[in-house]
Design a protein around this ligand. Structure first.
Ligand code: CAA
Ligand code: NDP
Length: 291
């Protein structure tokens, strides 16, 4: 089987990045979300990010035009049933993802491959609720998708070898590098990265440092491209908290206890860049620390 058409569910920061790289690599992309506003914003963001690549001479103006021409949007999830590969990139909540796969299932071609871009949730569990666990995989892109080289490939217990090899080939066609991870909570990248971010929030909570000193310490002292709190805002604090909860519940170890301060920011709706405020306030000219 060859993949030509790709359905992307969720037009947030990951969904738009995934649509961007697939369209640029020559795939036909159908993007869906629950709101037209999210779809419109995603298209204008993809346009802007492609334009940035044109201005840096990474791609030509023709490449950009062709990529934009390969992306269509729809509010009807059922329209994705005709695509060869579905990538679910909706909110990091298991009930949301399960409902999406349940609603999509009656409209799917028998050969369609199902994947989830989940950061942490069990692939085996998500797959077991579908009619094709052998054609279901974790397909974990990193943020920002057009820039980051890695894609984690996670097999559920039932995933077959043909599906694994097919997705490996897709990653290669995108010009990215695949890493295989076993299906345990948060896989590899977030098993290591998220406890570090959570520890940075504890460092803030306990007053060891403020937002600026914690981020500067890790940028200048450990050569991280972004400080951990800046990175948390970039990922989304709701997503960070959801991943910590999956680690805490799934591994039953108190070392993964989400910091109460992280919970408080999420409860306030201060989710980071996407809502204009998190550990930094992004509503002015330059980001201002909130602590
Ligand atoms: C939560 C999960 O489940 C998993 C995850 O994704 S964890 C998060 C993983 N991501 C990270 O850790 C990101 C860490 N941060 C970084 O690597 C860098 O800060 C960054 C790449 C995001 C920005 O780098 P920077 O040097 O500050 O910015 P800038 O010089 O403007 O951009 C660097 C390049 O990225 C491109 N870029 C930046 N943001 C982009 C975007 N959203 N879309 C497209 N291109 C983008 C720029 O065009 C530029 O490209 P060239 O080098 O080809 O010219
Ligand atoms: N942020 C990151 O750095 C990374 C995130 N991921 C994973 O990618 C997924 C998406 O994350 P991200 O893009 O950051 O999240 P965002 O919050 O930016 O986007 C999620 C989008 O999905 C939409 N959505 C919610 N429910 C549905 C539904 N039933 N059908 C269609 N769309 C829906 C949301 O709409 P609305 O806002 O209206 O609810 C929103 O537009 C998550 O699983 C996350 O863990 C993976 C790698 C990195």
């Amino acid at each position: 089987m060859t993949i030509q058409s790709v359905g992307v569910i969720g037009a947030g920061q990951m969904g738009n990045g995934i649509a961007h790289v697939f369209a640029l690599a020559g795939y036909d992309v159908l993007l869906t979300d629950v709101s037209q506003d999210a779809l419109d914003k995603a298209l204008s963001l993809i346009d802007r990010n492609l334009e940035r690549q044109v201005s840096r001479e990474k791609i030509s103006a023709e490449d950009k035009k062709a990529a934009m021409g390969r992306i269509s949007t729809t509010l009807r999830l059922s329209d994705l049933g005709k695509t060869d590969l579905v990538i679910e990139a909706a909110t990091e909540r298991e009930t949301v993802k399960q409902a999406i796969f349940e609603d999509l299932q009656p409209h799917l071609k028998p050969e369609t491959i199902l994947t989830s871009n989940t950061s942490s949730i069990s692939i085996t569990r998500l797959a077991s609720r579908t009619d094709r666990p052998e054609k279901f995989m974790g397909f974990h892109f990193m943020n920002p998708v057009p820039v980051m080289q890695l894609v984690e490939l996670i097999r559920g217990i039932a995933t077959d070898q043909a599906t694994f090899e097919l997705l490996h080939e897709v990653v290669r066609k995108l010009g990215k590098t695949a890493a295989s991870a076993e299906d345990f909570p948060a896989f590899i990248v977030n098993r290591i990265l998220m406890p570090m971010i959570n520890e940075a929030v504890y460092t803030l909570y306990e007053g060891v440092g403020n937002v600026k000193s914690i981020d500067e310490s890790m940028k200048l002292g450990a050569n991280h491209p972004m400080g951990p709190l800046e990175l948390a805002d970039f990922i989304g604090l709701d997503t960070c908290l959801a991943i910590m909860n999956v680690l805490h519940d799934g591994l039953a170890d108190t070392k993964y206890r989400p910091c109460p301060l992280l919970t408080k920011y999420v409860e306030a709706g201060w989710l980071g860049r996407k809502t204009g405020r998190g550990f930094y306030d992004y509503r002015g000219e330059t980001p201002v620390p909130t602590r």
